[in-house]
Design a protein around this ligand. Structure first.
Ligand code: PMP
Length: 423
């Protein structure tokens, strides 16, 4: 499946999953240079929540460029940055009565996670962090240490910062998760921390995704998440939610944990917040923690791209009313039903459907089967991405703006491909 191993110009590159060269894209479709059109159920791993070349964002960016807007502003204030900040506060924070400082951490999600971990250590004066099974937090050393997948961690080739690992939600994953699932293991973890002879140092932070994406789409219950938050606070640790992939509307609410009674100390955001696909990463930090950083103590060159602020401000307009989120919830049910129909057809296979909103997944329990289905989908004109342990889960994350007919056609391609390989 690899192309471009050796390009004629001598430049080496690779293509992990899709052996073609894409040239144009619009909303939920990408077209390759041979003119073949593909429905996109991958959406740049959750970057393109509002579709490729979203017309309103494109228009705003072109206007900004035509007016010679500032493109690179570091920590300077620009009109683009100001619009983004005030829209974010008015549209997302104020209606939820959330009081947070915005820290731009661009360009990548890993940058945001790294900064969150660094701040938690500074605030608490402690070193260790608690992270959870199946979690994915990035590829830089600190974020990688918190990532569960040992294949990724071992690639570092050296010991990573020490992390205390705990089981995520109900582990092993049960069918039909109940509110009580996973609480026992949290109680055990609490007992370990509280038992002086255990030698377990109190952690700086607990970091987790409320809905794990790369790790195979695992959805934690609100009760379990609240218990983690309580444990973190009882231990004097920060509670960090990494909403880099599941946030920004993906699950049918702006935050994946909306309505669960959680108040994280830090929320990491990236991917979709830049709107059009240009990089932007940001941490929402409770004001009392933000005060721990003096100006200039945590810097970086590409933190806050003005084009991303312009497109990101347009993206926030989708959250001024509930229309897109209602559609996301309704389409999420359509997607789930389609996957469930595959699982129900093969009851002996033990297939699992998991997800929330428009992040839905089929756990095939078998990485090579998932790879074959991914390849069949590609041949039939659908882009999907495998995830989870050994790539055994196929995750569907189309743009939230996908037209009904593309969603229906994409689901039909996926279910046909899955059924033919499972029969
Ligand atoms: N956290 C989560 C939840 C992610 O899904 C990702 C990216 N897949 C990251 C962090 C890291 O983001 P980036 O690849 O932009 O560094």
């Amino acid at each position: 499946m690899q192309i471009f191993e050796q390009h004629e110009s001598g430049i080496r590159g690779y293509c992990r999953t899709y052996p073609t060269v894409f040239s144009t894209a619009s909303n939920a479709r990408q077209t390759d240079e041979n003119g073949k059109s593909y429905i996109d159920f991958f959406a740049g791993a959750g970057v393109l929540n509002f579709g490729h070349n979203n017309p309103a964002m494109k228009k705003a960016v072109i206007e900004y460029l035509e007016n010679d807007g500032v493109l690179h502003s570091l920590d300077m204030y620009t009109t683009a940055k100001r619009s983004f900040i005030s829209s974010f506060v008015d549209t997302i924070l104020t209606p939820r009565s959330m009081d947070y400082k915005l820290q731009f951490m661009g360009p990548t999600g890993s940058n945001a996670v790294e900064a969150a971990l660094k701040l938690a250590r500074k605030v608490t004066g402690r070193q260790d962090v608690v992270a959870f099974s199946h979690g994915f937090h990035g590829m830089t050393l600190g974020s990688l240490a918190c990532t569960a997948n040992s294949y990724f961690r071992d690639a570092a080739g050296v010991p990573l910062p020490h992390v205390i690992r705990a089981p995520f939600g109900c582990e092993p994953v049960c069918q039909g998760c109940t509110q009580g699932c996973g609480l026992d293991s949290l109680h055990q973890l609490r007992a370990q921390f509280e038992e002086p002879s255990s030698g377990l140092p109190r952690p700086a932070a607990f970091i987790l995704e409320a809905i794990q994406a790369e790790g195979g789409v695992h959805v934690a219950s609100a009760a379990w998440l609240r218990e983690v938050q309580q444990l973190a606070h009882d231990l004097g640790a920060l509670f960090i939610i990494d909403d880099i992939q599941a946030g920004c509307g993906r699950t049918g609410n702006y935050f994946s944990f909306d309505g669960m009674g959680l108040s994280p100390d830090i929320i990491t955001l990236a991917k979709g917040i830049g709107g059009i696909g240009t990089p932007l990463a940001m941490n929402l930090v409770k004001p009392e923690h933000d005060a721990h950083w003096e100006p200039g103590e945590h810097t970086g060159t590409f933190r806050g791209q003005d084009i991303s602020f312009i497109a990101g401000t347009e993206a926030l307009r989708y959250f001024e009313d509930d229309n897109l989120m209602k559609l996301t919830r309704a389409n999420g049910i359509l997607m789930r039903d389609a996957l469930q129909s595959v699982a129900d057809r093969f009851p002996k296979r033990g297939l699992q459907v998991r997800g929330k909103g428009m992040m839905q997944a089929l756990d095939l329990g078998d990485g090579s089967l998932a790879k074959q289905i991914t390849a069949d989908c590609f041949a039939a004109g659908l882009l999907v991405g495998p995830c989870g342990s050994g790539g055994r889960v196929i995750k569907l994350i189309p743009p939230l703006t996908i037209p009904d007919e593309d969603l229906a056609q994409g689901l039909a391609i996926f279910t046909d491909a899955a059924i033919s390989r499972l029969e």
